[in-house]
Design a protein around this ligand. Sequence first.
Ligand SMILES: Nc1nc2c(c(=O)[nH]1)N[C@H]1C(S)=C(S)[C@@H](COP(=O)(O)O)O[C@H]1N2
Ligand SMILES: [Mo]
Length: 230
Amino acid sequence: MEEPDKLARIVDARMKLKARFEEKIRNTPSVADTQPQGTGNLNRHGMPEVPVGQTITQKWPVLDLGYQPDVDLTRWRLIIDGAVENPVRLTWDDFLALPQTDDTSDFHCVTTWSKLNMHWKGVRLMDLAALVHPRDKATHILCYGYDTYTTNLSLEEALKPDVLLVHTFEDKPLAQEHGGPVRMITPQLYAWKGAKWIKRIQFLTADQPGFWEERGYSNTAYPWRNDRYS
Ligand SMILES: Nc1nc2c(c(=O)[nH]1)N[C@H]1C(S)=C(S)[C@@H](COP(=O)(O)O)O[C@H]1N2
Ligand SMILES: [Mo]
């Protein structure tokens, strides 16, 4: 039987990734910061729920590069390549057949709005990494949108359990204007680190800035220290 084998391989790959990145994750700002700056109640990670300089909004503003690609599900593909042993090109059905995760998390935009307690469903970046087997030299990812947007992340940030490629928001398909059919979310970092209309995740052996990082946004993008621009 192939299925149990496949599952065993994914579990094994996950355990290895976890072991490899556990300490680095413990040292990321959103885990290691003993004096996070912000106001409000403590959130689910023990952080003040409103990071410094942010204001809560109930609405959900739309930010893009002036173009919202319309990606039909029959044509949709997700390429995961670069410094990996098993590059993949997933169809929509392939993507939905992967382990699905429900999560509630917050969204902090660098333009100073935050939206709290958003309910998502999608696939963990960690589970996608387990599928492709990053090479030992892999340290970062570069994510590409169908609109030509790019953004980079270190693997210790990308492998956190709330980093998801989401297709569902509040039990409905993610709206096109917000990056549907699938976008990434990075709840512990400013939201520009999550590519809307995601089409490719490239594993890298050295950091490489994305669209906003090349234009003066912070590479690290940590909300609880006002880490907005470099
Ligand atoms: N593909 C793509 N992803 C993107 C962007 C973009 O312009 N293109 N903008 C980023 C920025 S700056 C933010 S704050 C969030 C905004 O997501 P929203 O429009 O759903 O609020 O998406 C991020 N991801
Ligand atoms: Mo943003």
